[in-house]
Design a protein around this ligand. Structure first.
Ligand SMILES: Cc1cc2nc3c(=O)[nH]c(=O)nc-3n(C[C@H](O)[C@H](O)[C@H](O)COP(=O)(O)OP(=O)(O)OC[C@H]3O[C@@H](n4cnc5c(N)ncnc54)[C@H](O)[C@@H]3O)c2cc1C
Length: 381
């Protein structure tokens, strides 16, 4: 049987997951380019209950693993006005055990890397891609000392994607005036698998459970404030925001900072080049959507290849079908997360009105809550 050659550029979480998933298809040869990734030690990702199945299947990862924490409830606390407004969400409202599984990026990346190394069907090249030439019949990739030809090249090389640039795929990018700080906190009151989200003027403070008395912290605030923060300051902000719910808090004195930005590729392919994960779409970390969108890119492409009569994975028919199947999901998340983000970070009349109406409706209407939760979890995608 003829084997078709796919190159995946970027061995981050999405690139490695995609390589493992595609290696299950008989007529495909997978080559993965990149170095073993190292994520921030504090960064965790909430993988939605609707997406987690991929890791049970590919990594035999057990939901009860001690490194994985269930996110069963979340509490949104709006402190923008003098009177606090609180909304509670519980996974049992929609008959689920939990909304998501929170997992450290480094733990997941290590498990993926080990599996890649043990997989004879994946050629792992510990190299970075520097050049690309593509047309409708083939794509050539260059590293510093090698040139190779592929039927399809998939860019999984993250938000600063060189593949997106070299393939000349247009995209829009917006850099927000805020930055994102991640760290972790020990607390005296157990979190009971609950995530807390505190909205204040121009800032957002979120805790996500990692163990019962430890939570990951994601804080979004003005870049100048984040860049000049010191440990005492950070301790105070986190104590003021979370001690009502989590008791005494001791914050780790180390943290990582990320830019707050958003990217949306106009199209997910050109010639025989395709984009997945953050090379195609970046959204602010609200509502656990970023990686989950990338996981849905992977599942969609895998099922498309399995169901198609075409064996060549890089044809225009395959790539345009992939684009058509994915754009609405990506567009909806991109628009809704950015609107939500702006309504939290801006206090002008328009955004305040959106926020207030949203809060009121969510508090009053069970139906709207159910729609929001099932949409957020991407059921039926
Ligand atoms: C603070 C924060 C919290 C988040 N929380 C969540 C959450 O709870 N839930 C959720 O779903 N999402 C979340 N996200 C989003 C999620 O982290 C990202 O979507 C995800 O990590 C992106 O993975 P990726 O593999 O696409 O990109 P990356 O992790 O950036 O991987 C890209 C890889 O490509 C490699 N690379 C780059 N250039 C080349 C080259 N030329 N050749 C070879 N390799 C190359 C890089 O070295 C890197 O290893 C969060 C993001 C942030 C910032």
């Amino acid at each position: 049987m003829q084997k078709y050659k796919i190159a995946i550029v970027g061995s981050g979480i999405i690139g490695m997951t995609l390589a493992l998933q595609l290696s299950a298809i008989n007529h495909i040869n997978v080559t993965l380019f990149g170095k073993k990734p190292k994520y921030s030690e504090f960064k965790t990702t909430a993988i939605l209950t609707t997406s987690f199945e991929i890791y049970e299947r590919l990594l035999d990862l057990n939901k009860s693993h001690p490194q994985i924490s269930k996110l069963k409830k979340f509490k949104i606390i709006d402190e923008l006005k003098t009177k606090k407004k609180i909304i509670d969400f519980d996974a049992t409202e929609i008959n689920l055990d939990c909304f998501a599984y929170n997992i450290r990026d480094n733990f997941l990346a290590d498990r993926l890397y080990k599996e890649i190394k043990n997989n004879d069907s994946i050629i792992f090249k510990n190299e970075f891609i520097e050049g690309l030439e593509d047309n409708l019949s083939k794509t050539i990739l260059n590293t510093s000392d090698e040139t190779a030809e592929f039927d399809l090249v998939i860019g999984a090389d993250g938000r600063n994607s060189i593949i997106r640039e070299l393939a000349e795929i247009n995209y829009s990018k917006k850099i927000y005036k805020e930055s994102i700080l991640v760290t972790e906190v020990n607390h005296s009151i157990p979190n009971n698998n609950t995530s807390f989200e505190i909205h204040r003027n121009g800032s957002l403070l979120t805790s996500v459970p990692t163990t019962n008395k430890k939570s990951a912290i994601v804080m979004i605030d003005a870049t100048e404030k984040i860049n000049n923060i010191d440990t005492d300051n950070l301790n105070k902000i986190i104590h003021d925001g979370l001690s009502t719910y989590l008791g005494n808090t001791i914050v780790n004195d180390k943290y990582s900072i990320f830019p707050s930005e958003t990217i949306n590729a106009e199209k997910l392919y050109r010639n025989r080049v395709m984009l997945v994960g953050e090379s195609a779409h970046v959204i602010p970390p609200i509502g656990a959507q970023g990686l989950n969108l990338g996981l849905r890119d992977i599942i969609t492409f895998y099922n498309l290849l399995l169901d198609s009569n075409e064996k060549d994975p890089g044809t225009k028919t395959i790539l345009s079908t992939f684009n058509n199947m994915r754009w609405l999901d990506i567009y909806k998340r991109y628009k809704s997360v950015n609107l939500l983000y702006q309504s939290m970070m801006n206090n002008n009349i328009g955004y305040s009105a959106i926020r207030n109406i949203g809060f009121l409706t969510l508090k009053k209407s069970r139906r709207v809550r159910n729609i929001l939760l099932t949409e957020g979890l991407s059921f039926n995608k």
